[in-house]
Design a binder for this molecule. Structure first.
Ligand SMILES: Cc1cc2nc3c(=O)[nH]c(=O)nc-3n(C[C@H](O)[C@H](O)[C@H](O)COP(=O)(O)O)c2cc1C
Length: 214
């Protein structure tokens, strides 16, 4: 197999949803910067990047998130808590902003992107378009990307949906910024005593989850 894939698979076997983080271990700034760059480079539908990643190290804010996280201690003990947010409501100016960014990045005129813009407008304005679910989905791609990047960097992580979204929104004051929390991920370093680290990974065999259609 390809050496990079070997390393990647080894990293994915090493990672696990960490339950106990060592509160004394902090992620070095250069490693954090590298992880955030991975988040920034995440693929998204149409490339719209309808997200905001909140990186929370402040202990008071995190203490206030403990109860809304059903007392999952990762939220306070990990080096950093990342909360993946999306716009609470979508509005078409978000497409316009992205078209302008594309035009300036690629030295194109905004007019030349009109068909692309129209295509996105039409899709997102269709009454059956699942706007909120679609925005949520993008954040799960970012979450997956972060989990893999952490694994490669030797940083522990715990994907987390087990929290009250309305309470997170309230504690973090997200509504004022037209944002809402979708998923969270504490990142840092495991406590050696975390018994979950040594549990065998439960995954179905390849033939159960993959079918080759010929
Ligand atoms: C979207 C999502 C939400 C999750 N929410 C939680 C959570 O709130 N708390 C937790 O301890 N683990 C949570 N997990 C971790 C899963 O239970 C874990 O990934 C799964 O059991 C597989 O184990 P592994 O990640 O250790 O290989 C979540 C995982 C995903 C992907």
């Amino acid at each position: 197999m390809n050496k990079n894939l070997d390393n990647y698979n080894a990293a994915l076997r090493w990672r696990y949803a960490t339950k106990s983080f060592d509160p004394s271990k902090k992620i070095p700034q250069d490693v954090l910067d590298g992880l955030l760059e991975c988040l920034r480079l995440t693929a998204s539908s149409f490339g719209l990047q309808l997200w905001k990643f909140l990186i929370i190290s402040n202990p008071e804010i995190r203490a206030n998130l403990l109860a809304p996280s059903y007392s999952q201690s990762q939220v306070v003990d990990a080096s950093h808590l990342i909360v993946f947010c999306r716009p609470k409501s979508f509005d078409p100016t978000m497409i316009e902003t992205f078209v302008n960014q594309t035009a300036s990045t690629r030295n194109q005129s905004v007019e030349s992107l009109a068909p692309f813009k129209e295509y996105m407008d039409k899709a997102t304005q269709n009454p059956s378009f699942p706007t909120e679910k679609w925005m949520d989905n993008q954040l799960y791609i970012a979450l997956g990307n972060l989990l893999s990047a952490c694994a490669l960097a030797g940083v522990d992580s715990c994907p987390m949906e087990g929290f009250s979204k309305p309470k997170y929104d309230e504690v973090l004051g997200l509504e004022n910024d037209n944002l809402t929390a979708v998923v969270a991920c504490p990142i840092g370093y495991r406590l050696e005593s975390d018994k979950y680290a040594s549990l065998a990974k439960v995954r179905y065999p390849l033939e159960k989850v993959v079918s080759f259609l010929k």
